[in-house]
Structure formats: C-alpha cells, structure tokens
Design a protein around this ligand. Structure first.
Ligand SMILES: NC(=O)c1ccc[n+]([C@@H]2O[C@H](COP(=O)([O-])OP(=O)(O)OC[C@H]3O[C@@H](n4cnc5c(N)ncnc54)[C@H](O)[C@@H]3O)[C@@H](O)[C@H]2O)c1
Length: 372
C-alpha cells in the first residue's frame, strides 16, 4: 500500500501522524511511505530521519494526497485537505465528527473511507487511541499547575514538595480515570500531598489497591468535593461522563471558599470544563484569574509536548495502521471489531451511530459498509 503523511496545518498543531519508527515498520512490511517535507519538524523529526527510515519526501501536501492509498494524520482534515481526499482512499486520524457537520458533509462528499482514532475500542471497554493523550495531559497537569502556583504567575507561592520543615502542597484531583491517575502519580512524585476523588467505587477500590501508599482516595460527593477543595493549593479537574458535557463541580460562588491564589487546572475543558468559571485558553495565554483563583484551561494540552505526544500516539496507532496497510481496510475491520468501531464514514455514508444521531443523518451499519 502507498501510505501518505502530510504536515499538519491546523493552527498550533505540532504533532505528526507518522513517526520515523512507524515509517520504518511500514516499509519493512513492504509498503511505500511518502511524507510531506517538514511534516515532523514540530515534533523534532527531520526529513533526513524519514529518508533514513525509508520514506520518500514530497514537496507539497497535494503530492502526498495524490499518490496515497491511505492518509495518516493527527488532526481532523481541514477544508483544504478535505478537497484532496478521493473515493477509495483511506483516512486514518482523529475526526470528532459529532459536533462538526461541515467536516462530515465534506468527508461524505469525498467518497473516502474515514476511520477515526477516537472511536477505536479495546477489549477492556477503553479507547486505546485516546488514552495516550489522556496520559500526556494527566502527567502534564501537575507540571503546569506547579508553574501556575508560582507567585509571579498569580499563584499562592507554594512549592509542590515543600521543604524540610515546611509541608507540601495539597493537591486534589477530581476524577480518577486515565488523566486523574497519571496526574495524581506525578503530583505525588513531586512530593505533594494528593487526594483523588471519583464517583465510581470500583475505580476507587482499584486506585486504593494499586496506589494506596502514593495518594489517598475519597468518594466524590458534592460535600466531600468542596470540603477537600477548601484545603487545596491545586485542584485538577479530570472527570468524564462519556458523550456528555463535563458536570460543573465547583461553582463561581464556591471560589470564595478556596484558598486565595489556588490553582485550578481544568483538563476536562475539552468537554466544557468541570469548574463553572472555566473557559478554554491556549498555550500562548494559558492562565487567567477569577475572584483571586488562578485557572489553567488549555484545551489541547498534549500540544505543549509535541514530541512525547507524537511518539505516544504513534505507538498506539501503529498496529492498526499496519493492519490497514497489510490487509486493506475491509479485511482489517472484518478481523478486528475494535478497528471496525473506528469506521465513521464510508463511500458517502456515515457509519457511526452517535455521529449520525448528533447530526440527524442516516447511518449505514458498519457491517453493511463491509459489504458495500
Ligand atoms: N485538555 C486536554 O488537552 C485533554 C487531553 C486529554 C483528555 N482530556 C479530557 O480529560 C477528561 C478525563 O479524561 P480521561 O481519559 O481521564 O477519562 P476517563 O473516562 O478515563 O476518567 C474519567 C473519570 O471521571 C470519573 N467521574 C465522572 N463523573 C465524576 C464526578 N462527578 N465526580 C468525580 N469523578 C467523576 C469517572 O468515574 C472516571 O473514573 C476528559 O474530559 C477528556 O476529554 C483533556
């Protein structure tokens, strides 16, 4: 198969769909790989790294799209890129179609077969191509929170680990899933005193079993949440209710109960945020203050560490990318129902029920798509 990887053109996107290592594996499997010049530069990969891995370098995205049987990307295709897709071509990338009727319409019009990272599943009910980005955002949260807590940034002026004779920062993590667990581990590793709140007792039991000596757990009733929030120097919002907007767990009025200069890091901002006063910010201007409380609400946190994020995403996508290239999309999806769950659009039809329902479009079942 001919695999193509264009440079990402969405503003502030520095990741790239294929790493040199993934390129090398595809070449070893007998495939041809074409990478747009400069595609990896934001993640620290040069054209020479790709050439050494066996790729051809194309001068323009148009050259990549014109020759590739499968396009591998990171972000949803932008309008310019959508125009270059064609019938029979496979698109493998994040799509997030439910809130995006324009993109959905263009992908349907292209006739391409579009497989979305975010809806590929695994045996444990997880989302294996979203998890690496949650791991990154979780591990980054205490790091950016610690910076926000510094006096010059408007914070309380509290050091995460304290020093001998001075106690550590109190960190409360709301939501003990992928983001919350990684955030809690890193905050504890920095020496902070950490408590994780969750509404799921099985999850709290798991966290207590595995991390009992590293951080504490607490049930996320409204009462517990505000009691712990009052004592916190940093609160990390990491809740998720699948398919729904994040619940608001700290209201504006409750900010008055928090310690002045406390840092709220709302990782759940991409689902609307779990603090009433959260609004999405960018890496250029990541923090703002409301009623004396500092907020960090960057919606694409993994972009700050594009190299780590690219490699982590590449590790997760590689087996699926290779299966699609080795077998073709139809056989690969027949063999792996989890990959079939990633199928969102095929030859002009939406094939993912939640997208069809959200946009009021008729849905072709994935099993019909396999026959079409
Ligand atoms: N800002 C970013 O760059 C970025 C990056 C990755 C993920 N995210 C977001 O981070 C959030 C968490 O993602 P995840 O992968 O950890 O999800 P997850 O499903 O692994 O974990 C979510 C946890 O929240 C818990 N929860 C749900 N409602 C709760 C409540 N009211 N109180 C306490 N706990 C509650 C669930 O029981 C679950 O354990 C999501 O909104 C995700 O979109 C943001």
């Amino acid at each position: 198969m001919h695999i193509g990887c264009p440079k990402e053109i969405k503003p502030q996107e520095f990741r790239v769909g294929l790493t040199p290592n993934a390129t090398h594996e595809a070449v070893v499997h007998g495939h041809t790989v074409t990478v747009e010049t400069g595609a990896g530069i934001g993640a620290g990969f040069t054209d020479e790294d790709y050439t050494a891995a066996g790729a051809n370098i194309a001068r323009t995205a148009a050259d990549v799209f014109a020759t590739a049987d499968m396009i591998v990307k990171v972000k949803e295709p932008q309008p310019l890129e959508r125009k270059m897709l064609r019938e029979g071509q496979i698109l493998f990338t994040y799509l997030h179609l439910a809130p995006d009727p324009d993109q959905t319409r263009d992908l349907m019009a292209s006739g391409a077969t579009c497989i979305a990272y975010e809806t590929v599943t695994d045996d444990r009910g997880g989302l294996p191509l979203l998890a690496p980005m949650s791991e990154v955002a979780g591990r980054l949260a205490p790091q950016v929170g610690a910076w926000t807590l510094q006096k010059a940034n408007g914070g309380r002026g509290v050091l995460m680990g304290g020093v001998p004779g001075v106690g550590p920062a109190q960190v409360v993590v709301i939501g003990g899933g992928v983001v919350g667990t990684h955030a809690a581990r890193i905050a504890a590793g920095m020496g902070a005193d950490v408590t994780v709140l969750d509404r799921s007792l099985p999850r709290l039991r798991y966290l207590d079993d595995v991390f009992g000596g590293t951080f504490k757990t607490s049930y996320a009733s409204a009462g517990n949440t505000i009691d712990l929030a009052r004592t916190a120097d940093m609160i990390i919002g990491a809740v998720l209710i699948p398919g729904a907007a994040a619940p608001k767990l700290i209201s504006r009025a409750q900010l008055a109960d928090l310690k002045p200069g406390a840092a709220l890091v709302d990782v759940a901002i991409d689902q609307g945020g779990c603090f009433e006063t959260s609004k999405a910010t960018t890496h250029q201007d990541p923090i703002y203050e409301v009623d004396g409380i500092m907020h960090y609400c960057v919606a694409n946190m993994p972009g700050a560490v594009a190299r780590t994020s690219t490699i982590a995403l590449g590790n997760a996508t590689m087996p699926f990318m290779l299966a699609l290239a080795d077998k073709g999309w139809r056989q690969a999806c027949k063999d792996d129902p989890h990959l079939l769950n990633g199928l969102n659009v095929h030859t002009g039809a939406v094939t993912y029920a939640a997208v069809g329902n959200a946009l009021g479009l008729e849905v072709m079942t994935p099993s019909d798509a396999l026959k079409a």
